[in-house]
Design a protein around this ligand. Structure first.
Ligand SMILES: [Fe+2]
Length: 269
């Protein structure tokens, strides 16, 4: 099975890159399933209902979330009924789901959304939560497990790789918006610290540069805005998975005004 994973989609520039390219990518790389992180898709903060539907119409099959899953209140009741995940390690009683098992070409695939600790809202231990859900999925004979690990620091991301390598098909980092070049496959687990944003590539992590600069130069508050005009990028990981093991992976970067880049994962021996 071939699965695509898109990191944080930031505002309209990100949505427009999916509109322009995702169907073509699905066809060209023969993708069976596409996961995308949608927590910043509506103006950089949260995911509104219309934008969720828009992303599904462009070719995303399921949307994952993170600390911004709650920013657009209208989406909260829909977390129970639409294929939209929020981090699994929010406490019991919080709306929505953090894991979904779907059928793709007669095979079960589990998508799990977990949030890290550092710099994030107080949630349950991500490592224990991940370990528990993976054990449960194995008990249900689900072999293909893809984790969106929404976390701030690379140390947590590498730690969860070492906890779960060989047990899951992929651990893909999101949240920092900056794509890292450490794509690898270790014991059948595809890993990258951060897939990186899809959206404006010439601002500050997808937002217009003026407000962050004002904040950093003066200490005064300034509202973050999506740039009206910008250079754009779409970043995604493409994985070939057999019997739950990732055997091949690529990082695809599409620029709106340059050649595309395709980097192959390093196999750890
Ligand atoms: Fe986030």
């Amino acid at each position: 099975m071939r699965v695509g994973f898109i990191g944080d989609i930031v505002g309209k520039p990100g949505r427009s890159m999916l509109e322009q390219y995702l169907k073509k990518i699905r066809k060209e790389y023969e993708l069976d399933f596409v996961i995308a992180n949608g927590e910043n898709a509506s103006h950089g903060f949260g995911l509104g209902t219309l934008h969720a539907k828009e992303l599904f119409s462009y070719g995303a099959d399921i949307l994952t979330g993170g600390n911004h899953s709650w920013d657009k209140k209208e989406i909260i009741p829909l977390l129970e009924v639409m294929p939209i995940l929020r981090p699994l390690n929010y406490p019991i009683g919080v709306p929505g789901r953090g894991v979904s098992v779907v059928d793709v070409k007669g095979e079960k695939i589990a998508i799990v959304n977990i949030m890290g600790h550092y710099g994030m809202p107080m949630v349950e231990n991500p490592f224990l939560t991940a370990q528990k859900v993976v054990d449960e999925l194995h008990a249900e004979d689900v072999k293909t497990i893809i984790i969106d690990f929404h976390a701030e620091v690379t140390s947590e991301k590498y730690a969860i790789l070492h906890l779960l390598k060989g047990k899951v098909s992929a651990i893909l980092g999101t949240h920092t918006h900056v794509g890292t070049d450490d794509l690898l496959i270790d014991t059948g687990t595809c890993y990258v610290s951060d897939v990186g944003l899809s959206g404006a590539r010439d601002g500050v992590i997808g937002m217009d540069k003026d407000a962050p600069l004002k904040r950093f130069l003066t200490g005064l508050p300034a509202s973050l805005e999506i740039p009206k005009k910008c250079k754009k990028i779409l970043q995604m990981v493409i994985m070939e998975i057999e019997e739950g093991k990732c055997i091949e992976a690529y990082k695809l970067r599409i620029f709106d005004d340059q050649e595309r880049l395709l980097a192959r994962a390093v196999h750890e021996k």
